[in-house]
Write a protein that binds this ligand. Sequence first.
Ligand code: F6R
Length: 610
Amino acid sequence: MCGIVGYIGERNSIPILIEGLKRLEYRGYDSAGVGVIIDNTCKVIKSKGKVSVLEDKIKKNYISSPFGIAHTRWATHGEPNEINAHPHFNGDNTLFLIHNGIIENFTVLKKELQSKGYEFRSETDSEVLVHLIDRFLKKGNNLLEAVRYALNEVQGTYGIAVGYLNEPDKIVVAKKGSPLVIGIGDNENFIASDVNALIAHTSQVVYLEDGEVAAVYKDRFEAKTIDDELIQKEIEEVTIELNEISRGDYKHFMLKEIMEQPQSVKNSFRGRLLYEEGTSKLGGLVGYEQRIAESDRIIICACGTSWHAGLVGEYMLEQFTGIPVEVEYASEFRYRNPIVTKKDTILFISQSGETADTLAAMKEAKRRGALVLGICNAVGSSIARESKAGVYIHAGPEIGVASTKAFTSQLVVLALITILIARRRNLSLIDGQSIIRELDLIPEKISQILELNDHIEAIAEKFVNAKNFLYLGRGYNFPVALEGALKLKEISYIHAEGYPAAEMKHGPIALIDENMPTVFIAPKDSVYDKVLSNIEEVNARNGKIIAITTESDSHLDEMAEFTIQIPNTIRMLMPILTAVPLQLLAYHIAVKKGLNVDQPRNLAKSVTVE
Ligand code: F6R
């Protein structure tokens, strides 16, 4: 979604801004722009499309300035075009602003401003902010004060950065519901909506919290609440290395991230397994273990791929802890007056830690008194900061829009939470130890699956022209079927549905014919024979079958057109393995269709609007 980068210092800001915007490209966007102060004027350059288009346009203008803010826009109000791109100017082009988020009362504010003579150039909600700030400047306030007063009139979410010709020594930033981080340099400072845009320059950062504003100068910053209280902000150290957000020799981030899984999965459980005690140790949950173990109910709340991980978590937690578990779409949870009690524990899962629906649901759950825990990947993200306690999945930055390594790491963390709680209830030492032993073997088994890459690519070749796909699995592998279908549709634009295998005969079977490929997730487990019957049903209707299985099996080899044999493990951990060939299948089909797998159309890496 929209991205923000800014620089104030002594160097030319332009290359820093462009490089920063490129590091945010993965978030998804449709237009971009920069605003600088140069030769006593404010200059804004914008373009539709890629950052490289903006870069070419800037080169033609030969601009250089030690002050600049820049933006990538993902259209919400008004189509993606140059006028709607940010920064937005005030009437006399002395004030310019970039904004992430949504101003919910913009219609009312716009009418009010128009009645006072303000003219609007764009269709965006964001433009009201620049005119509103202008109004408070014209009343004699300085920039920081004008921003504070303006934001007090605003409903909605924002991460903003503002430049003002009469106060060229500062960028003013503010945050509510949309991330904003200040990067501290040596006689230069940076701002961004995502630390990934900063780490090439500094590892010292300050995270703004909701309701905070700051004036960022080249050699200091001053932070306040929007109600005018001065605040002392802590400077934190970011540990992300530049190579973690670089593509290296891989053709796509998505492939890099799929291939990284032996390591990312290991990182998720490294130092967290207590072999002798047959349990796990999660620093972020210390002190809460017993409270969770005594919960009447566990609710898991998330969106998209993280929601699929939550479904697997439901199977794990119910099987081993005996605590009832419900899995909720964060967006639905928030708006349907859910019954939540103080004896509930609610796990919020989010790779980015910035998903607006998940964040809002978390705030609602907190209000209702439940114990609220976060499972996040992005360190320092809003959901991680908002939760009472939680667990980082430590998968490393995920840049490809389609989530891959975060999913498998989320499953690892859910398994760790399961054994932690189950050992406090009725899981035996022996059973706890055997789960841990199996978990330890997972990275090596993923490596073995990744060796099947060429085989999976050859299968993908046969299905490039498919129009529809069905993914079927049972038990622990039903959520994997949903995830496999989501991966395919989001990057290849092929329509795909995931179903519990047994549900097929209640409707989807009508779709089966010789043109309909069906992917069966059929490891040799307790429901294997049942899945075989479902495979027979597809075969009887001439459907094409791709089967993911765990052992060579002459029966299945005969029934399926293609089989992908992967190593075996215990049922609760099987989804960590079965997800991997499905990621590769989706990846290769999309690449063979010539699509941009890292930035699929219409999608954004972190969905910061509701
Ligand atoms: C799919 C995908 C999305 C996200 C969803 C939630 O590949 O990436 O479905 O899983 O937008 O995002 P997070 O986990 O960041 O809250």
